[in-house]
Structure formats: structure tokens, C-alpha cells
Design a binder for this molecule. Structure first.
Ligand code: KG4
Length: 350
């Protein structure tokens, strides 16, 4: 089955063709970063207008790169949530039109579940049934979660961020450091020349407060990053010289280290608690080379298996949307192209 995937949940306009849930025949992404950089973050109205401009060309290119034509497409998959409402509307409207005009089923996809599936798109990746159950660390600009992946469509969120996401913490930190947007790659570049032990920033939820925790997740497996940017802000107010080029790499490395320590601590704890022996890591922050190395070392020490998403499938892309839609054994569950609605707050497993 050849699925055309469409992704417009935030600021990437993407289309892809994937065969049988595993073989990526094309994967094209228009990153809107330059359109939002001047504002220091994504402006929803700008993003939506940009999706309208770019989506037709992305779909055409996905077909051309795959050397396919319209008649080769068996289904149209699209992100229905979570994401920015106006951005989601563009992709869903485009997918509805294609589904109706091609007379092919319309498959609505949860963006976060597609990120979880992205580890299976790598050429040498095992099939899901070979490694399930496994633990997956999902780290994007909008979400941070630890998920027990029991099989395609069977997810259990063990913990997630209570406030900012890991990527958001890096983006906000980079802004305070004057490193620009997107912050994750900018902090990574600066941190390469810095000393992570220069400063000790707080690691969120370091001291469990005890008592009952409202929510279905385990408190010790949850994250909190919102205090980190505040700590950086106060530090820079008190030590303005740390913004200077000689010190900035050390501050960036210390800040990045605080984010990654929080992730590593929860990953180790979740592996201890669940007894799982395979970890997947997905989402934009999973591109970070320092984090990939730390995960590699930690998993090797435990004699456990690490499945990192290919960097091409870490940030938002449509291959993961088409891949999940066509995953072997997944019930297709097509939507009515006249009534499918967006779901901006869609949680994992809904
Ligand atoms: O997965 P993604 O495209 O976003 C959502 O679906 O939300 O990830 C974007 C996030 C941004 O916060 C960006 O700063 C971060 O991923 N990111 C990185 C790196 N590349 C992107 N963070 C750390 N190191 C990187 N190399």
C-alpha cells in the first residue's frame, strides 16, 4: 500500500510517499524557520499562510521524487493533531480535497504517535513486533514524554512534562542567550566549545515533594523545565559578563547539560522500573549529538538496545505520518472526508 502523507502541524510543510509503512519513497520538507526567525518563535498566522503557499508544491515534489503519479496512491494520510489549529486546518483541508478527488481513503494521524513510529523508518530498523514492548523518549519542541510502546496503537504514557517541553526549554534558553531561533541547534553549536560543569542549573522536579500526584503518570517520571529558563534569566541579570563570547559557550553547555541530565535521569529510572531492555528516542531534540552519545553510553552500560530515529525523521516530517498510516497490521480506520475535524490538543493514545 502506497500512502501519501501530509504534515502541517506547526512550521514545517511536508509531504511524503511511503510504501507498506516502512519503505520511504520520498520525503520533502519546507522548513519555515526563516519566516519566523525575526519573531523569535513560530507565529501561527504566518505559519498557516505559508502552509497554503507551500503545500501544493511539496505534494508535487513528493510524487516526482518517488517517480509516482496520482494513480499510484492508495490512501492519503494527514496529521489531525496535536498542533497549531490554523496550521492543522491547511493540511487537513488539502488532504480532504485529495482524498475526494482521487477517491482514496483519508487516514487521520496523531502527530505524536507518528513521532513514536519514526524509529521504524530507518532502513536497517527492526520491525515493531521484533522489539516490543519498548520504552520511547519523545522529545520535541512542544512535548516531552516517556512512553511504553507495546505495539502500533498500544501506548502507555508513563510520564511527561508538567510545563515546558525539552525543546521549548532549549529554544527559550537560546533566546535569552541571544543565540536565535531555533534554539536547540544553536545551543548545541555553542555548547561544543563550552564546559558543562561551569554552572549548575536546577534540574526540574529534583526533589519529589511526596503526596498524591494528580494525573495518570508517575510523578518521578515527569519533567519540569519551566524553572530552568527563569534560573538562566536571573543568572544573566546578575552576571552580564557571562553573555560575552568568552563565557557564553560555558553557560550554553551548562544549560544544555541541565536539560539532558533531567532526561537521562528519567530514562534510567523508567528502564529500572519497567525492566524494559530497549529504548527508542524520537523528536527534534533527538538530533542532538551530545544527547545521542549520552544515550548510547548509558544504554551500553545497561547492556540494553538503543533505537535512535534517523536525523531526517527527528524533526517534523510527513514520512512518519504516511509510515504510521500504512504500518503493517494497523487498522486503517478511514475518516469521512467531508466531516473530519482537526484536534489541536490530541493526546497520545486518543
Ligand atoms: O520535533 P520537532 O520538529 O517539533 C515538534 O514536533 O514540536 O522539534 C523541534 C524542536 C525545537 O525545539 C528545536 O530547538 C529542537 O527540536 N532541536 C534540537 C536540535 N535540532 C532541533 N534540540 C537540540 N539539538 C538539536 N540539534
Amino acid at each position: 500500500m502506497v500512502v501519501l502523507g501530509i504534515e502541517t502541524s506547526c512550521d514545517e510543510t511536508a509531504a511524503a510517499l511511503v510504501e507498506d509503512g516502512r519503505r520511504v519513497r520520498s520525503n520533502v520538507v519546507y522548513s519555515q524557520v526563516v519566516r519566523h526567525a525575526a519573531f523569535g518563535g513560530v507565529v501561527p498566522e504566518v505559519a498557516a499562510r505559508c502552509h497554503v503557499e507551500q503545500l501544493p508544491a511539496m505534494v508535487d515534489r513528493a510524487l516526482a521524487d518517488a517517480e509516482a503519479d496520482w494513480s499510484d496512491i492508495d490512501a492519503v494520510a494527514v496529521t489531525r493533531g496535536p498542533g497549531l489549529a490554523t496550521s492543522l486546518l491547511v493540511g487537513v483541508a488539502g488532504a480532504k480535497a485529495l482524498s475526494l478527488s482521487l477517491d482514496r481513503p483519508l487516514l487521520p494521524i496523531n502527530h505524536l504517535e507518528a513521532h513514536l513510529y519514526s524509529i521504524f523508518l530507518k532502513e536497517d530498523a527492526p520491525a515493531p513486533e521484533e522489539v516490543c514492548p519498548l520504552l520511547i523518549l519523545l522529545i520535541t519542541g512542544g512535548n516531552t514524554a516517556l512512553v511504553r510502546f507495546n505495539g502500533v496503537g498500544e501506548y502507555q504514557v508513563l510520564g511527561q512534562t508538567l510545563d515546558d517541553a525539552a525543546g521549548e526549554a532549549l529554544d527559550k534558553g537560546a533566546m535569552l542567550l541571544g543565540l536565535g531561533y531555533p534554539g536547540g541547534p544553536a545551543i548545541e553549536r555553542a555548547a561544543e566549545r563550552g564546559d558543562p560543569s561551569f554552572l549548575r542549573f536546577p534540574r526540574g522536579l529534583e526533589q519529589p515533594r511526596g503526596g498524591p500526584f494528580a494525573g495518570a503518570w508517575q510523578r518521578e517520571l515527569c519533567f519540569s523545565f519551566s524553572g530552568l529558563k527563569t534560573a538562566l534569566r536571573y543568572h544573566l541579570d546578575r552576571h552580564p559578563a557571562d553573555r560575552e563570547p568568552e563565557r557564553l559557550p560555558d553557560v550554553a553547555a551548562s544549560y544544555q547539560d541541565a536539560v539532558f541530565d533531567a532526561l537521562m535521569q528519567r530514562v534510567n529510572l523508567a528502564l529500572d522500573q519497567t525492566g524494559l531492555t530497549t529504548l527508542g528516542c524520537v523528536g527534534g531534540v533527538a538530533q542532538n549529538r551530545t544527547l545521542r552519545r549520552r544515550l548510547d553510553e548509558a544504554l551500553a552500560r545497561r547492556n540494553a538496545r538503543l533505537l535512535l530515529a534517523d536525523p531526517a525523521f527527528c524533526t517534523d516530517n510527513a514520512a512518519m505520518i504516511a509510515g504510521l498510516a500504512g504500518a503493517p497490521g494497523r487498522p486503517a480506520d478511514p475518516a469521512d472526508p467531508l466531516s473530519l475535524d482537526i484536534a489541536p490538543s490530541l493526546p497520545i493514545g486518543a
